[in-house]
Design a protein around this ligand. Structure first.
Ligand code: ATP
Length: 328
C-alpha cells in the first residue's frame, strides 16, 4: 500500500477560467479534512521553477469560490517547455516536500504535468478552461460562466441592433474549437454561427442566410464568429455590408468572457473535481486527469486522457441548422 502523502501542492496554469478558485478551495479543505498539508504554487510552472510557494489554510481560501480568476495567479512558462526547466521544477517539488501536485488548467498544462510524472512527481490534472476543448472530459471548469457572459453581451447588442435595424457580428473565444460559439449561437438565436470546424463558404453560409431571414421579415441579424474560424470577424462584417447593404457592426468580446463570478455549475463542478483530485492522491492513484462523463466525476490515466479527442456535439449542430433555417 502506498505511503500516505503528507503535503499536496496546487497550481493553476494557462488561461484563467471562472471556477478555478472553487477547485483550489475544495482541494485545500479536503486535504485539511484528511489531515494533509496543502501548499499553493504561484504563477503555474513559473512558480514551480522559482519555488514560489505559500502554505494554504482554510482562512486563505475562505470566500474565494465566488470570485473569477485564480488567487494563485496563472502564467505560461517558456522555460518549463525545456527539459532543464522541467528538471528544475521536479527538483523544487521534492525540495518543497510536495509529494503530490494538482494542476488546474488546459491540455497544454496537462502535457506539462506529464513531464513531471515522467520525473517521478505524482500529478493529478483538473480541466479548467472556458474553451471546453479537452478531449477526455465532457465539461471543463469555466465553460458555463463564459457562455453566459457572452450570451448576456449578445442580448444587449441585440437590443440596439433591433432599434437600428443592423447586423451584429460578434467574435467569441474558444481557441481552435467551436463549443463556446455553438452554444452562444443557439442560446441567442443567431442568424449565423461560424466555427473553426467548418470550411466557410461566405455566399451560402452567411449572405444567403441573411437574405432569406430578411425576406421572411427580419430587420436585424446576429452573426457569431468563433475566434478560430477560418474567416476573421472583421472580414465577415465587411463582406456582409458589401453583399447585403445591411449596416453591420463588429464586437470582439475578448477577455470579458474570462472574468466575472462563476455560476453554480462551475462552482459545484470545480468543488467536486478538487475533492476528487485529493482523494486520488490520498489513495495512491497517481498521474490521472479528473474528468466529467455525464453527471459523473471520473478519472483517466494522464497518457490515455491526452490521447483522447473531442468533436462538436453533432446533434446540437443539426438542431442549430434547423433553427437557423426557420428564422424567427
Ligand atoms: P488554455 O487552454 O487556457 O490555453 P493550457 O493549459 O492549454 O490552457 P498552454 O499555454 O497551452 O495553456 O499551456 C500552459 C503551460 O503549460 C505552458 O506555458 C507551458 O509551460 C506548459 N506546457 C504546455 N505544453 C507543454 C508541453 N508539450 N510540454 C511541457 N510543458 C508544456
Amino acid at each position: 500500500m502506498a505511503e500516505k502523502i503528507k503535503r499536496i501542492g496546487v497550481l493553476t496554469s494557462g488561461g484563467d477560467a471562472p471556477g478555478m478558485n472553487a477547485a483550489i478551495r475544495a482541494a485545500v479543505l479536503t486535504a485539511i479534512h484528511f489531515g494533509v498539508e496543502c501548499v499553493g504554487i504561484r504563477r503555474g510552472y513559473t512558480g514551480l521553477i522559482s519555488g514560489d510557494m505559500l502554505p494554504l489554510t482554510a482562512e486563505h481560501v475562505a470566500g474565494i469560490s465566488k470570485h473569477g480568476g485564480t488567487m494563485l495567479y496563472t502564467a505560461r512558462s517558456e522555460e518549463f517547455m525545456t527539459p532543464e526547466g522541467q528538471n528544475r521544477a521536479a527538483d523544487n517539488c521534492r525540495f518543497m516536500g510536495v509529494e503530490g501536485l494538482i494542476i488546474i488548467g488546459g491540455d497544454g498544462s496537462f502535457r506539462g504535468a506529464q513531464t513531471l510524472a515522467d520525473r517521478g512527481i505524482p500529478v493529478i490534472g483538473i480541466p479548467g478552461t472556458i474553451d471546453n476543448d479537452i478531449g477526455c472530459t465532457s465539461y471543463t471548469i469555466g465553460f458555463d460562466t463564459a457562455c453566459n457572459t457572452a450570451v448576456e453581451a449578445v442580448d444587449r447588442l441585440n437590443d440596439t441592433m433591433q432599434s437600428h435595424e443592423r447586423c451584429s457580428v460578434v467574435e467569441v473565444m474558444g481557441r481552435c474549437a467551436g463549443h463556446l460559439a455553438l452554444n452562444v449561437g443557439i442560446a441567442t438565436g443567431a442568424t449565423v454561427t461560424l466555427i473553426p470546424e467548418m470550411v466557410i463558404d461566405f455566399e451560402t453560409d452567411v449572405a444567403d442566410r441573411i437574405r432569406s431571414a430578411r425576406l421572411s421579415g427580419k430587420t436585424n441579424f446576429t452573426v457569431i464568429v468563433a475566434e478560430g474560424a477560418d474567416m476573421p470577424a472583421e472580414t465577415v462584417a465587411a463582406k456582409i455590408q458589401e453583399a447585403t447593404g445591411v449596416d453591420t457592426r463588429v464586437t470582439t468580446l475578448g477577455h470579458l468572457q474570462r472574468g466575472g463570478p462563476p455560476l453554480v455549475r462551475d462552482r459545484v463542478t470545480a468543488s467536486r473535481m478538487g475533492y476528487k483530485a485529493v482523494e486520488l492522491l490520498l489513495t495512491g492513484t497517481y498521474n490521472r486527469i479528473v474528468c466529467m462523463r455525464g453527471d459523473q466525476i471520473v478519472d483517466y490515466d494522464i497518457n490515455e486522457a491526452l490521447a483522447m479527442t473531442k468533436g462538436l456535439d453533432v446533434d446540437a449542430c443539426l438542431m442549430q441548422d434547423a433553427l437557423m433555417s426557420g428564422q424567427d
